[in-house]
Design a protein around this ligand. Structure first.
Ligand code: SF4
Length: 473
């Protein structure tokens, strides 16, 4: 018997983090909890909240899901105050250790200060080295801590100016929430890579990664935090500062494909609508002679519905996902093949038996899970299995806050589509084209990052010792 590794999505890019901020409610920490609870899909390794009561900041963080970290209601009696920030973490930099849990809380010369981050800085290696050479002592293994050192060293007149000065040094992707004793700040990188939205209800301000968190808090969506904008909310209301102009927007298109919840609205578009369109465009370009369309639940459900709608082939629930698999589970025996997939998914024989099946998947990383799912569907009696993928082949890793395996482990980077079809043991395989992908999103708001599909990185990337990895394209 053995305890498995964390069970969060198998063979998928790991979502990075979620952030939330609340200002103006006497029980701000409880609202922050609702925010991180509804953004749990953005990170399952740790969760944390810092609250402020005008005099001091209070922090509680822990490893695991938000519901586990905050399972004791007594915790909220220590998280007092009318402002709070919260964080769900999946580590894209820094190991999965409690010391790296966010929000990070420090004491600046201006007083206590907390920060929580979604994204990856692409010049953190250089900045880290410069700061360490100048004597900075780093307490965590996260790139987020770089901001704190930059703010601490700034000689600008006000804290807002210090934050702006610090953020002008940073490159890459960040959606940040920060707080002092009596105000919260929210900032988005100048390319707007990660989502961040502003909401309000009855005089209470909210900032969240996704609007699904605002829905749970019953807040109205006001607008996105703009690329290159710093928002400050305090006793005198909301102020907007420009960190730097937005040279071009590179919103992460993978948020639409897989990461964001379908009930969220990001980059001024409904995720559900875009995801359906991905499926529709896939059906248009890659039809299949089949009896039913099924999805790999849950992330592919919406695209599969789009495929079904456009193709006219009936949508069925052919795979069922067990939502109650915890972070660890007990293997009945070490050598039980495909156990980690079968503990999560089961096939519905009555739906699949004798049918020609279109199996819609949102993306393929290594292909190991999908291969087992194709077998599962076939073993349940499917006559044919046609795999349709609602994104283009993933060819390159992400340096802007998503955790992909190395290029050598990405199946599409090393195999042709026909080789992948053979590996998956399916009857046919088709991916959505780049054209189909771009046709599914609105370009009114500007451009998207598609680097994991194209290998063309729109923002300069440096590695951990400051060596250039990719040139600006
Ligand atoms: S590389 Fe892919 S996952 Fe990363 S930001 Fe760009 S589109 Fe998103």
């Amino acid at each position: 018997m053995s305890v498995s590794a964390p069970s969060a999505p198998i063979d998928k890019p790991r979502s990075n983090c979620g952030v939330v901020a609340v200002y103006g409610h006497p029980d701000a920490a409880r609202f922050a909890y609702l925010g991180i609870y509804s953004q749990q899909h953005r990170g399952q390794e740790s969760a944390g909240i810092v609250s402020g009561d005008g005099r001091q900041l209070h922090r509680h963080v822990g490893r695991g899901l938000a519901a586990d970290v905050f399972s004791d209601a007594q915790i909220f009696s220590t998280l007092t105050g009318h402002l709070a920030i919260g964080h769900n973490r999946y580590s894209t930099t820094g190991a999965s250790m409690l010391v790296n849990a966010q929000p990070i809380l420090v004491n600046l010369v201006d007083g206590p200060f907390a920060v929580a981050h979604n994204g990856n800085f692409t010049n953190s290696g250089l900045l880290h080295k410069q700061l360490a050479d100048e004597g900075a002592l780093f307490q965590t293994g996260t790139d987020t801590e770089v901001i704190l050192h930059l703010i601490a060293r700034s000689h600008a007149a006000t804290l807002s100016e210090k934050i702006i000065q610090a953020l002008r040094e940073i490159r890459g992707a960040y959606s940040l929430v920060m707080m002092t004793k009596d105000r919260i700040y929210a900032a988005r990188d100048r390319n707007g890579v990660r989502p961040l939205c502003l909401g309000k209800k009855d005089g209470v301000w909210f900032v969240c990664s996704e609007t699904c968190a605002l829905d749970l808090m019953r807040a109205d969506v006001i607008r996105d935090v703009q690329p290159g904008e710093l928002i400050e909310i305090g006793p005198n209301g909301m102020l907007s500062h420009q960190i730097e102009p937005c040279p071009a927007r590179y919103a992460c298109i993978f948020e639409f494909i897989y990461f964001a919840r379908p009930d969220s609205r990001i980059y001024n578009e409904n995720v559900d609508k875009v995801r359906r369109k991905l499926g529709k465009n896939l059906a248009l370009a890659s039809p299949a002679d089949a009896d039913i369309v099924i999805s790999v639940p849950d992330s592919s459900n919406t695209a599969a519905l789009g495929y079904s709608r456009r193709s006219g082939i009936k949508f069925e629930l052919g795979l069922i996902r067990n939502h109650y698999v915890g972070r660890t589970f007990i293997h009945p025996q070490q050598d039980m093949r495909d156990f980690s997939v079968r503990v999560k998914f089961n096939a519905v024989r009555g739906v699949l038996n004798g049918r020609r099946v279109v199996l819609v998947e949102d993306s393929i990383v290594r292909g190991t899970t999908l291969r087992q799912l194709v077998r599962l569907v076939r073993n349940a009696g499917a006559a044919e299995v046609h795999v349709r993928v609602s994104s283009p082949p993933i060819l390159a890793p992400c340096y802007y806050g998503m955790d992909f395996p190395h290029k050598g482990e990405l199946i599409a980077a090393t195999m042709s589509v026909e080789q992948i079809r053979t590996y998956l043991e399916c009857d046919s395989l088709a991916y959505l084209s780049m054209e189909g992908l771009m046709n599914s999103v609105s370009c009114e708001e500007g451009g998207y990052c598609t680097a994991c599909f194209s290998g063309e990185y729109p923002i300069l990337v440096e590695d951990s010792i400051g060596k250039l990895q990719h040139e600006v394209l």
